[in-house]
Design a protein around this ligand. Sequence first.
Ligand code: ZN
Length: 261
Amino acid sequence: MPKKKSNVNKKDNKNENSEKKKKTQKQAKLSDNEFKEFTNNISNEIVNKFGLDLIKLKPDDIKDLVEEIINSIVESRVTKPSEESLLKKFVNLRDQFMKAIAGRLLEKDEVNSRERLEFIIAYAPEIAGKASPKLYRIAKQFNANDLIDTLRQLWNQYGFPSPIKCPVCGFNSVMPDMNCIVCGSLLDEKDIKNEINLKEQLSMLKRVYNDKLIREILDSGYIVFDGEIKPPSLKEKDKISVSLHLNKDEKEILLKLLDNT
Ligand SMILES: [Zn+2]
């Protein structure tokens, strides 16, 4: 791959230029034994210190992440770090470390307890919000309604919220094709009409639109809903919306509004 080769060359040149510096850094690096020992000790230490034993993680489960971090600390230092100073760094990086653990549990499909689910929500709310479709299913298994409530908020904040609430899972997650992207339900117009109280909203439409726009809805036979009821001509392209066709009863409501003028 030519691209890779050119990167290597570039690196070589750079190294040549800073050969002296590199030598100093190399001397500061830990021996293989020290590295292993530090990794083991620190992994043992922080499983308890950070309470990771409460979500049933063992030192072995986090060793590769600890290794990665020690590596980057060693690389960025001129002097050789002691185990104590490394541990201090980990304590300072606690939140970031926990977030990385949370991300990994999710990635590896290891969210297998309520405690782990709580852990992800607490330390990686942004990741949890985005992963709501997956975490909702898991929370359901544990009947964790309180956590589902929190996920709904995180979904609105960090996920891909739609203005249309799903009547099944309660997330703002219904797409224009009437599929719910959180619980997977395929809804129909009737479900959504009930969810948004369409009839009641139609009866108050005169407060929002003039007769011409209400007439437009009647003539076209449907409304666009993007959080608000709109006549087709007011549909906004960049907003998620669904089209809802009006039945006879619903049209009656609008006709009455026009009659009362
Ligand atoms: Zn749903």
